[in-house]
Design a protein around this ligand. Structure first.
Ligand code: MRU
Length: 335
């Protein structure tokens, strides 16, 4: 199944906290359940949380059937405010909410049907975007490449296929012989749990490493390309992605290894300047515990930023669903 699906009786999502050991499906009946699924990362990854927020609004629309237009608008606004509070960094979530808000603000008739239709289009467009990113990006991949990716920018982070991992999968399906290096991605281990799961499923050869092995393998000349996803890209090409991405980019640059970013244009934020992007700070427990087992002494200080910023100067190209952008980046033309 896809990462997230709209069905007659609810929204179905794959519970990513249980992977890779258990393929468990959650049925969400209202926007509050979707909001909690985003917060506790049962669903995660920028495009996937954009689609989840859209489907949350669609559930709120469905539950407003028979209500007055004022009440429908009020319900949808309440749902949007709740969903906007779940995770602050990925642009796609706010992009999806804004796209739907235009409907309940501007339309006078058939709001509920229009909202549901638009939410489903957002999901379908994500599938198409990932395919396009895969098609463009795979042109950068050569036979024999050894590629490092990070976190999980795969089908689980989108509706299907993925962005950075979509490029890798597409190149592999085209017959290019590639090997992938996957850092585990502490604290929540999206690399070890999710990217390894997807690559194994696809039959793509890969090696799992711990995050602190990145410098070693790059210095040894074992990697010749890096491809990561993004949660937000600002106008001049600075990118926000999983904490540790910046470190990867610095090491890749020190060794002249091309560093690529793959993301749909719904991730691009033309309004917010790089300094003003909010980096989510998550529960210290994610650092203090691994799978419920405490790994550090009691009574200590912890910090847990979920993302970091990689400046445009470290990025060789940004692969999007409308083509490949090379430096110097200025996405204003996309407005
Ligand atoms: O905290 P997460 O797991 O939601 O972070 C995900 C990432 O950092 C991904 O690389 C990003 O969302 C791009 S996914 C196509």
């Amino acid at each position: 199944m896809r990462t997230i699906e709209w069905r007659e009786d609810g929204v179905y999502i794959i519970d990513q906290t249980k992977l890779p050991h258990e393929l468990s499906i959650i049925k969400c009946m209202d926007y509050e359940r979707i909001a909690r699924a985003i917060e506790n990362m049962e669903i995660r990854g920028a495009p996937a949380i954009g689609v989840a927020a859209a489907m949350g609004i669609a559930l709120a629309a469905k539950s407003s059937l028979g209500k007055s237009i004022e009440d429908i608008r009020e319900n949808l606004e309440r749902a949007a405010m709740r969903l906007a509070k779940t995770r602050p960094t990925a642009k796609n979530l706010f992009w999806a909410l804004e796209r739907l808000r235009k409907i309940w603000i501007n339309e006078e008739e058939g709001i509920i049907e229009k909202i549901i239709k638009e939410a489903l289009s957002i999901a379908e467009e994500d599938v198409i975007s990932c395919r396009k990113i895969g098609e463009y990006g795979s042109q950068l991949i050569e036979d024999g490449d050894v590629i490092m990716t990070y976190c999980n920018a795969g089908g689980l982070a989108c509706v299907e296929l993925g962005t950075a991992l979509g490029v890798i999968k597409m190149a592999f399906r085209l017959g290019k012989r590639i090997t992938v290096f996957v850092p585990e991605t502490r604290p929540l281990l999206q690399g070890a749990r999710l990217t390894a799961f997807e690559l194994k499923h696809e039959g793509i050869p890969f090696k799992l490493i711990t995050d602190n092995m990145v410098g070693y393998v790059m210095q040894k000349g074992m990697i010749n390309k890096v491809i990561v996803g993004a949660d937000r890209i600002t106008r001049y090409g600075d990118i926000f992605n999983k904490i540790g991405t910046y470190t990867l980019a610095l090491i890749a640059n020190a060794h002249n290894i091309p560093f690529y970013v793959a993301a749909p244009i719904s991730t691009i934020d033309l309004e917010t300047s790089t300094e003003n992007v909010i980096i989510e700070e998550r529960d210290p427990k994610e650092v203090l515990y691994i799978k419920g087992v405490r790994i550090a002494p009691e009574g200590i200080d912890v910090m847990n930023p979920a993302f970091d910023m990689t400046p445009a100067r470290l990025i060789s190209a940004i692969i999007t669903d409308v083509g490949i952008f090379k430096p110097p980046y200025d996405f204003a033309s996309l407005r």
